[in-house]
Design a protein around this ligand. Structure first.
Ligand code: PTJ
Length: 253
């Protein structure tokens, strides 16, 4: 039960914070995850806490990409698990993706807790826990180099929400297609990704689910076209311009 008063003008944003703080208290989220969320919130404020049309087109391209993939994987960190556990499981089922826990601040205890939490929300297999199936991606300079042989290591498309930087580039070098969800259009992750969704994950995931339901029956050629017409660089520039125009309008009163 939420402790946030329903009538509070910032109720939704406070409820999201509450989920993250609960995730922190129950050992899913690291303290750094709370500050990372604050950075995201600042960008979301500039966006007007709404999904832009540019994010919508990135969402459509991302879902097409995942539906077309042979071995898609959704990578889950502490923040993602705390914020959208049920949505991750639903999206994975709709697009036929595997779910893998992959942490920047590595911890076996947190891997186990996150996998358990995802299972509580309906997940069947959750990869990335423990070392039995672990392998390493040497190009990655952080704990994220530890990946699961059955998951990210064997994937062709990886969804990496709320990332921290160098992994998108390393995964691309390995020939994988990379989809990011990041409120910061200037982040290295957003720029290195094939498709970056500049939106709050709490809005992007429900929209990805809706989109997967509506386009999954389309012929492969149609999905291919959606994917091919997407230009990440142009989309990021358009997202930045959208933010700039919003600030300009606000500053004029
Ligand atoms: O659980 P771990 O150990 O894997 O750690 C997770 C964090 C998030 C701490 C780790 O990945 C990290 O340090 O990330 P960064 O470098 O702070 O990057 C996170 C990015 O996600 C930033 O660009 C934020 O703007 C963005 N972000 C934060 N909250 C949201 C978000 N983007 C979309 N939706 C959000 N709710």
């Amino acid at each position: 039960m939420s402790r946030v008063p329903k009538a509070h003008p910032r109720a939704e944003s406070l409820r999201v914070r509450e989920r993250l703080v609960d995730g922190f208290k129950s050992g899913l989220v690291v303290p750094e995850g709370l500050t990372a969320h604050g950075r995201g919130e600042a960008f979301d404020y500039i966006l007007g806490e709404r999904t832009s049309k540019f994010a919508r087109s990135a969402i459509e391209a991302a879902v097409a990409e995942m539906l077309l993939a042979e071995r898609p994987v959704i990578s889950v960190n502490g923040n993602v698990a705390a914020l959208v556990p049920a949505e991750i499981v639903t999206l994975a089922k709709l697009v036929g993706a595997k779910i893998e826990v992959n942490l920047f601040h590595g911890s076996n205890r947190r891997e186990v807790a996150i996998a358990k939490y995802l299972r509580k929300h309906g997940a069947e297999d959750v990869f990335g826990v423990g070392s039995k199936f672990a392998t390493r991606i040497p190009e990655i300079n952080s704990n994220r180099r530890k990946v699961d042989r059955r998951g990210i290591a064997a994937s062709d498309v990886v969804l990496i929400p709320l990332e921290d930087g160098d992994r998108a580039m390393a995964l691309r070098k390995l020939g994988k297609r990379v989809i990011a969800i990041d409120l910061n259009p200037m982040s290295r992750t957003a720029r290195a990704a094939d498709i970056a969704i500049v939106d709050n994950i709490t809005r992007a995931l429900p929209l990805m689910i809706e989109t997967a339901k509506s386009i999954s029956q389309k012929p492969r050629e149609k999905l291919q076209k959606i994917m091919e017409k997407f230009d990440n660089n142009a989309n990021l520039k358009a997202s930045l311009r959208f933010m700039l125009e919003r600030l300009e309008n606000l500053s004029r009163g």
